[in-house]
Write a protein that binds this ligand. Structure first.
Ligand code: ATP
Ligand code: FE
Length: 355
């Protein structure tokens, strides 16, 4: 089975080809990503209108490149998988329209993929995890625990009630005059800092369950920064200590909530228990180390996909499409783009057009 995947839900335009032979693991034959950072830089964030236009302009080229790099003709695809949401609606529509064109031209079926399912299924592609496994999705826009039981069967057992950790890292970096994206910059400064000097809150640890909150943390950082600042300047060591204190708080919250999520997950008696982490924040070495140690304390395998497959890409969409195709999912020309689409199947019905 060979699947072409398209992704255009945020600020990366991407196309990829994934194949699974009769036996064994799926293979990524090509994975093309064209970013838009330069286009949005001057605006301090992704501008939806600019993103949609850039996706529309770049997606055909991405598809062509993905096919050439894979060495497979369009006619050889079994289906065209495309991110149908959630995301910036203009971008998602660019991808869906392109996919419909390809499907109409070739007669191949469409498969609408949930972007979050793409992220959540990636550890099956990279590490061959078996269902059910626990997933922590932690990025600039998301933070949630999912139990993955199948390509269309996820339970959300908790998540952030406000900011995502990546957002908190980015805002903290901005407060301290560090470069964007803030995650890597804060991590680097934290390595030279004292995590105990500033006492930052560990929000919601006193509350049961796996929900988290990160927005209060940046307010705490702001207050602490103002306390140590004189004449609008801040000492480098203060920046380092603030970063270390902030990062330690994020790690503590994620690790404790992961402990609780693991306890819930293990009640299902999985045969090959595993925790997978995905999303850009999974690149953080302190967070990784914390998750690794809590996993080993529970005797649970820990995996994190390589960064190129952790951040937005189309290989994960093609792979999710492959699993859905194998499970019999086919969408029609009435496939629609959805700005919101929660992954948890208890709150989100399947795309109406499924047959
Ligand atoms: P989403 O894909 O969920 O819509 P996104 O595209 O913003 O959101 P990603 O590209 O997965 O998310 O990740 C980017 C985020 O990861 C940024 O907020 C960035 O600061 C953060 N990040 C990257 N590296 C690190 C790191 N080493 N430590 C902490 N955060 C990091
Ligand atoms: Fe994403």
């Amino acid at each position: 089975i060979t699947i072409l995947g398209l992704e255009s839900s945020c600020d990366d335009t991407a196309a990829a080809v994934v194949r699974r032979g009769v036996y064994g693991r799926a293979e990524v034959l090509s994975n093309v990503v064209v970013g838009q950072n330069d286009l949005h830089k001057a605006f301090g964030g992704v501008v939806p209108e600019i993103a949609a236009r850039a996706h529309a302009e770049k997606i055909d080229l991405c598809v062509e490149k993905a096919l050439v790099e894979a060495g497979v003709a369009l006619a050889e695809m079994n289906a065209i998988a495309v991110t149908a949401g959630p995301g910036l609606i203009g971008g998602v529509m660019s991808g869906v329209m392109c996919a419909k064109g390809l499907a109409a031209a070739t007669g191949q079926p469409l498969i609408g993929v949930n972007h979050l399912a793409g992220h959540a299924l990636t550890p099956r592609l990279t590490d061959g995890l078996s269902y059910p496994y626990l997933m922590l999705l932690v990025s600039g826009g998301h933070c949630q625990f999912l139990i993955a039981r199948g390509p269309n069967d996820f339970s959300r057992i908790g998540g952030t009630i406000d900011d995502a950790p990546g957002e908190a890292f980015d805002k903290t970096a901005r407060l301290l005059g560090l470069a964007q994206p803030g995650g890597p910059a804060v991590q680097t400064e934290a390595e030279q800092g004292d995590p105990k000097r500033f006492k930052f809150p560990r929000p919601m640890l006193d509350r049961a369950g796996c929900d988290m909150s990160f927005s209060g943390l940046k307010t705490a950082v702001l207050r602490a920064r103002n306390d140590v600042m004189t004449d609008d300047t801040i000492k480098h060591q203060d920046v380092r200590d603030l970063c270390a204190g902030f990062q330690a708080a994020v790690v503590d919250v994620l690790v404790e909530k992961t402990r609780r999520a693991l306890a819930i997950y293990l009640e299902e008696n999985p045969t090959e228990p595993a925790l997978a982490v995905a999303g850009g924040v999974a690149a953080n070495t302190a967070i990784r180390a914390g998750l690794e140690s809590v996993s080993s304390a529970f005797n649970v395998r820990f995996t994190a996909p390589p960064l190129a497959l952790c951040t937005d890409n189309a290989a994960m969409i093609a792979y999710a499409g492959l699993e859905l195709f194998e499970a019999g999912r086919r969408d029609g020309m009435d496939l629609s783009a959805r700005p919101r689409w929660p992954l948890d199947t208890s709150s989100a019905p399947m795309l109406g057009s499924g047959k």
